[in-house]
Design a protein around this ligand. Structure first.
Ligand code: TRP
Length: 327
């Protein structure tokens, strides 16, 4: 039987920066290349976004924009089943049932909840933050997902989904497939223009949709040391090189390294080269982005919702039957 893999996009931001590209978008494309025979469900965590951001309009707009950028980057939607769980009522319905068989103690141990507690104001944490892993378990279990590739931060959630599936199966009879958390290989840190990890909170990012002026400004911000033009330089000590190498073929990389080591390369030249490389990378993405309409994405989600609802409703009916909800 075809393997079903479940993955997601969380629309926390409106834009995608180069760090997100190499850390999330590219691995998404690699996933579909690595499992050409699998059915990859790709859902938009729009219902989940509301736990953290009480601005539905922003989540809505972020969602569409981020998806457009993913598409523009070359995420081939034909290789995924993209959908919005908000179009599938069974997510919320199943999460009620799972919540009824989940002990408080279990949820209290969740890192995501504990982190929220650590930030203080424990009485103001939404119940949604607390029960979030239950919704996540429903996301996974409704579709008999075989594999859920996650980073370390989500491992505990998938393990909970597995535990709760097992508990349900024990109490009410075999119903759910037990999902495997698959820990995604670590993607090396992508540096921002200040030499720290590229992150929105550090204001050191380059958005994929940045124009020439913005990119140039960012490239100029990259800190370099005080070596003269003539001095040989160690590329591995240079932030310009470290960012640049992401965009180079092995031949270009070797040539640039040789230039650094030989001396005679100014940081201005290195930055100009980096700027060219970044723009050459961004331009086709931006051109494709301009061609994609919101409606195209909405239509696709609506279309997929029919298929996804069919599967989810079938599973939910089985659950309702097992717990005797149906009179
Ligand atoms: N919790 C994930 C995150 O914060 C998003 C998510 C929601 C998810 N439901 C899921 C991940 C189901 C895997 C499976 O990024």
């Amino acid at each position: 039987m075809t393997k079903r893999i479940l993955t997601w996009i969380k629309p926390t931001d409106n834009q995608i920066h180069l760090g997100n590209y190499f850390g999330a978008v590219k691995p998404m494309m690699e996933l579909s290349a690595q499992y050409p025979d699998a059915e990859i469900f790709l859902f938009l965590a729009i219902m989940h976004g509301l736990t953290g951001l009480h601005d539905g309009k922003a989540i809505h707009d972020n969602s569409l924009n981020v998806l457009k950028i993913y598409m523009a980057c070359g995420v081939d939607l034909k290789k995924f089943v993209i959908y919005n769980p908000a179009d599938v009522p069974a997510h919320a319905q199943l999460s009620w049932v799972l919540g009824c068989i989940t002990h408080m103690g279990f949820m209290e141990r969740m890192h995501s909840y504990k982190e929220a507690l650590d930030k203080g104001k424990s009485k103001e944490i939404s119940v949604g933050v607390f029960t979030y892993p239950i919704l996540m378990a429903a996301d996974i279990l409704l579709y008999d997902a075989d594999m859920v590739p996650v980073g370390q931060d989500q491992k505990q959630h998938v393990e909970y989904a597995r535990d709760i599936a097992q508990r349900f199966n024990n109490v009410f009879g075999e119903t759910f497939k037990l999902p495997e958390p698959y820990i995604k290989p670590e993607v090396g840190t992508i540096l921002g223009v200040d030499g720290r990890k590229m992150s929105k909170s550090y204001n050191n990012y380059i958005w994929l949709l940045d124009d020439e002026k913005q990119v140039l400004k960012r490239v100029k911000q990259i800190a370099t040391d005080a070596k003269t033009v003539e001095e040989p330089k160690d590329p591995d000590q240079c932030n310009v090189y470290k960012i640049c190498k992401l965009f180079l073929t092995p031949e270009e990389d070797a040539a640039l390294r040789a230039k650094y080591q030989a001396g005679g390369l100014s940081y201005k030249e290195a930055k100009d080269y980096l700027y060219e490389k970044i723009m050459a990378f961004l331009k086709p993405i931006q051109d494709r982005y301009a061609q994609i309409s919101d409606q195209e994405i909405i239509d696709l989600m609506k279309k997929n919702a029919v298929y996804v609802n069919e599967l989810a409703n079938k599973k939910l009916a089985e659950v309702y039957k097992k717990v005797w909800f149906t009179l």
